[in-house]
Design a protein around this ligand. Structure first.
Ligand code: NI
Length: 139
């Protein structure tokens, strides 16, 4: 089994605000990230795929196929977007980077078979780096 991790970048803005909490609680939980005008991040996304090597190509995955999938499912929607306003998932979900990682994973899994028709490769997991100090992993 071989794992390939491929890196992508996108920039997006968000505001962390939970409707279930009071304004004061929101400020306490999210601090500056609750600023009503939002703020941006340069997110770094890493997508890991895994599987046996294809005997003919000697590869675990065609990177161009993965790039197309990630572009269609994630980058085209999220790059230079306001996540609160422009991503349907975040109409009902606070756009924390924890939730963003789960949303990206779900988007990739739902579309996976449209890009990779065979049993392998499979999606091994993803990582989303929000800042130098915060990286979230989901698998
Ligand atoms: Ni933030």
């Amino acid at each position: 089994m071989i794992k390939l991790t491929r890196a992508y970048r996108f920039s997006a803005s968000h505001r962390l605000h939970a409707p279930a909490l009071s304004d004061e609680e929101n400020r306490e939980v999210y601090g500056k990230c609750n600023n009503p005008y939002g703020h941006g991040h340069n997110y770094a996304l890493e997508v890991t795929v895994e599987g046996p090597l294809d005997a003919d190509t000697g590869r675990v995955c065609n990177p161009a196929t993965l790039d197309r999938l990630v572009t269609q499912c994630v980058l085209e929607n999220f790059d230079h977007a306001n996540l609160n306003e422009q991503a349907e998932e975040f109409q009902s979900l606070v756009p924390t980077t924890e939730n963003l990682a789960i949303v990206i994973d779900g988007r990739l899994r739902r579309a996976w078979k449209s890009a990779f028709e065979r049993e392998w490769p499979r999606l091994g997991g993803i990582r989303v780096r929000e800042t130098k100090r915060n990286t979230f992993e989901y698998r």
